[in-house]
Design a protein around this ligand. Structure first.
Ligand SMILES: *[C@@H]1O[C@H](CO)[C@@H](O)[C@H](O)[C@H]1NC(C)=O
Ligand SMILES: *[C@@H]1O[C@H](CO)[C@@H](O)[C@H](O)[C@H]1NC(C)=O
Ligand SMILES: *[C@@H]1O[C@H](CO)[C@@H](O)[C@H](O)[C@H]1NC(C)=O
Length: 296
């Protein structure tokens, strides 16, 4: 994403030391059985969606596509407080990887004859929440799953497909609430809205997801593949043109001076470096309303 590259050049020197970059093994894949895989986001504490996320995500999709045995894949996290974090606005990411390759690969995964499940026991925000929304289903811990689309609070819009996926998942009014309210939303509300398939008490969560995945992994592959193909066709996954409208709006808004100043202020306040800041981002964002100047 070009605008991020510009910002990065200005800020990398100041922040690089404090931000874990996880150059490799962002996603650790475990074959629980030949047909049931786990893909674990493993860049704690925040699982910020950076270069290695995109690299590993597309490589994993290659692996899934090439394997005729896998039928179900559960995406979870090794970070205690976060599932997948928001897009990395500090370290530069090649636009080829984060931008040009993005929607084609998201669509490729959605089209594969494999059931994909987001297993969420922490916070997911921004681009991370959009990846969750692009998977086939989402289970969340009742106590721990929290979702936020904070983009509008910064002055941009969700550029990773959220503007197209959310209305399909939760309807127009709730998509507007999630995107324009830009607030953190709890698991029970998310389940009520239809963003989560279910909110499950945390004590039963792992067992529920594991039992569900093993159940699916036992079915005939052709049945899973046909059901997914036809349900996808009837429900309609966002097209590339639809996604591009949102991603272009993100990019042009990101270029605005007020947005660049706000992002710089958020970074100074602890975005991507301070776990408490990231946990409380939807409250703290209220300090950066208006035209500034903030404490940059
Ligand atoms: C997926 O990502 C890879 C790596 O960036 C890229 O070469 C490929 O074209 C992408 N696939 C699609 C379908 O966009
Ligand atoms: C953002 O600004 C840069 C530098 O002025 C410009 O080259 C680029 O085209 C702009 N991008 C968008 C999407 O407006
Ligand atoms: C979150 O931020 C708000 C606004 O600054 C503050 O009042 C509140 O104490 C913070 N909560 C936590 C848990 O840090």
């Amino acid at each position: 994403m070009q605008p991020f590259v510009v910002i990065s050049a200005l800020t990398t020197l100041v922040y690089a030391a404090a931000v874990p970059t996880c150059d490799e093994n962002f996603i650790v894949t475990t074959k629980v059985t030949q047909s049931y895989w786990r893909a674990t986001f493993s860049c704690p504490p925040l699982n910020i969606q950076g270069l290695s996320f995109f690299h590993d995500y597309y490589a994993l999709i290659d692996q899934i596509e090439a394997d005729s045995d896998v039928k179900v894949i559960v995406f979870d996290s090794s970070a205690p407080d976060f599932w997948l974090g928001h897009f990395d606005v500090i370290n530069s990411i090649s636009p080829e990887l984060s931008w040009d390759s993005y929607w084609g690969n998201v669509t490729r995964l959605a089209d594969l004859p494999v059931l994909t499940i987001a297993s969420i026991r922490g916070i997911t925000s921004g681009g991370g929440a959009e990846i969750a929304a692009s998977l086939d289903m989402r289970f969340g811990s009742k106590e721990k799953a929290v979702v936020a689309q904070p983009e509008v609070s910064i002055g941009v819009v969700p550029g990773g497909g959220g503007l197209d996926l959310l209305p399909r998942l939760v309807g127009r009014a709730r998509a507007l609430e999630m995107v324009i309210g830009a607030d953190a939303i709890d698991a029970e509300t998310l389940a009520h809205y239809g963003w989560l398939n279910r909110a499950i008490p945390d004590g039963q969560f792992e067992c529920f997801v594991d039992t569900f995945a093993r159940r699916v992994a036992g079915w005939d592959h052709e049945g899973i593949a046909s059901a997914k193909k036809i349900i996808n066709k009837q429900s309609g996954f966002p097209t590339t043109a639809e996604w591009k409208e949102g991603s272009d709006a993100f990019a042009s808004n990101f270029n605005r001076t007020v947005v660049q100043n706000r992002v710089a202020a958020l970074k100074k306040a602890g975005s991507q470096t301070d776990v408490d800041f990231e946990k409380n981002m939807s409250e703290l964002a209220l300090q950066y309303t208006g035209p500034g100047p903030w404490n940059v």
